[in-house]
Design a protein around this ligand. Structure first.
Ligand code: BG6
Length: 491
């Protein structure tokens, strides 16, 4: 798929129009990110932000909402009272019932003519089609417009295709920014540099020199106030189909010919298309679903998932997933990729562990057998890269012990690190598509995820319980143990 080029429109004023302006994502992520972009001079001089919501708020009421729900997420250390006031001056609030054509006509009167409009749809994906149809009918979409679609885009391949098709009747591919905020993380972008800016790993980055790859995104938070969304969604749709697969793509892709959007996305697409589709037997054997039960996280007692507000008593939503995944291509034949994510886990950590092949033969009698060096790339909370290797223990014998070569990237670079949403919003404004998903990429990810979702739906099994504050059900340990592998925290 080739993305046509959108007009650069560098000098046009910006109307940033946020649907879901009174929602949780806007409050916690988008508005703080826009504030930071504003403070650092990364929004065009003549910018306005139109927050769209259902509630019959006045502008002042919306600003009070921001004061109470958004400002705390900017953080005391960086907030500057005068800059915050200048930021608030950019805002208008427009009440819109997304199904009412008249409301879009009013919006068209508020949005300025001749500007670049960025529509950020921070709403349920069920509304994307309706919103885009109405925007187009109200004459709000032109060649300078861009639309940002939040994940999860659809709930399966068919719904994703339907959304892509209908949005695509009003916006061409170069105007569509499908956001996956993991692609905006500094650390995730740094993965590309680790792989393609350093020659040393290149020859080893393939079977048989790599024995396995682990990708873990563990969270300590529970479902919080998002049960309505989460219970319909579950961890596979919320985290794996997008964030974890995107990480897998960056680890597994071939070097792109350049950093141009299509060059990078073509390579990621090839990985997604090479993922081995799971059969019902694979689903039984290679997937583990879990749901947290009451326990303690960080010393504090927490409820089980089924006791959370607004969760149905018989919910089968998975809050944990572990998978053994295969990539059917020359580079990765027979190298298992273990993907794992969960809520209410023991600690918050996102990391990628590349485990290299075992020693072919050890001439040194004392020391670990079957040792494989590991490259541990921690994405959050700390940003670090460790190479685990064996070294001689000081003393008269030849004893080997594991040690780490450690690179702490936060010490190496002390500059401010923009949050993912800030970086991605700036990319949208500047028309840079590299860190957004293309239509075919997204659909390939759903095509792989669909059979798993279907297999789970058909199964009479419930997700396995795991105590909050652990690393998930014991079946996840068994999943890797079958290949003589242990999860990073157990090694
Ligand atoms: C979001 C999911 O996409 O990512 C949330 O919807 C999850 O459920 C969040 O908590 C995790 O993001 P981060 O940046 O905190 O790792």
């Amino acid at each position: 798929m080739t993305t046509q080029t959108a007009p650069a429109s560098p000098d046009l004023p910006l109307d940033m129009i946020i649907f879901g302006g009174g929602g949780d994502l806007s409050a916690r992520k988008l508005l703080p990110a826009l504030y930071m972009a504003h403070v650092h001079g990364n929004l065009p001089a003549d910018t306005r932000i139109l927050a769209i919501g259902r509630r019959p708020w006045s502008r002042d009421e919306y600003l009070s909402f921001m004061e109470e729900h958004s400002k705390p997420f900017v953080g005391d250390k960086v907030i500057d009272a005068a800059a915050w006031d200048r930021f608030l001056a950019l805002f208008e609030y427009v009440q819109v019932d997304v199904g009412s054509g008249d409301d879009y006509a009013r919006l068209a009167q508020v949005s300025r003519p001749g500007v670049r409009r960025v529509f950020y749809l921070a709403t349920s994906p069920n509304l994307f089609t309706t919103i885009c149809d109405h925007l187009a009918s109200a004459g709000l979409v032109d060649e300078h417009s861009r639309v940002v679609l939040e994940k999860p885009l659809g709930s399966d391949l068919a719904s994703a295709q339907a959304i892509n098709t209908s949005v695509g009747t009003h916006f061409n591919e170069a105007q569509i920014y499908r956001i996956d905020h993991y692609l905006g993380k500094e650390t995730v972008q740094n993965l590309m540099v680790l792989r393609f800016g350093n020659a040393i790993f290149g020859p080893l980055w393939q079977a048989p020199y790599i024995k396995s790859v682990q990708i873990t995104v563990a969270e300590t938070v529970g479902v919080g106030s998002r049960a309505g969304f989460y219970d319909e969604t579950g961890a596979l749709r919320d985290m794996v189909q997008n964030h974890l697969l995107q990480l897998l793509c960056i680890v597994a892709m071939e070097p792109p010919v350049s950093l141009d959007p299509d060059a990078v996305r073509d390579e990621k697409l090839k990985v997604l298309r090479s993922l081995r589709r799971m059969t019902p037997e694979d689903i039984a054997h290679d997937t583990v679903r879990g749901q947290y039960t009451a326990g303690a996280v960080g010393g504090e007692p927490v409820k089980g998932y089924l006791q959370e507000d607004n969760v149905p008593a018989d919910s089968r939503a998975e809050t944990f997933v572990a998978l053994r995944v295969h990539i059917n291509n020359w580079r990765w034949a027979n190298v298992p990729f273990f993907l794992r994510t969960g809520k209410r886990m023991q600690k918050k950590v996102s990391e990628i562990v590349i485990e290299f092949a075992d020693l072919p033969f050890s001439i040194i009698p004392s020391g670990p057998r079957n040792y494989g060096n590991r490259l541990v790339i921690q994405l959050q909370p700390a940003e670090s890269i460790q190479l685990q290797m064996l070294a001689k223990e000081p003393g008269s014998g030849m004893h080997m012990l594991p040690v780490n070569l450690n690179l702490d990237l936060e010490q190496a670079f002390t500059e401010r690190r923009a949050e993912a949403y800030e970086r991605l919003l700036i990319d949208v404004v500047r028309g840079r598509l590299t860190h957004f998903m293309r239509r075919d990429e997204l659909e390939a990810a759903w095509a792989w995820a669909d059979p798993i979702l279907e297999g789970w739906k058909q199964s009479s099994d419930r997700p396995r319980g795991y105590t909050a504050g652990t690393f998930g059900p014991s079946a996840a340990t068994t999943l890797v143990a079958r290949e003589n592998i242990v999860w990073a925290e157990e090694s």
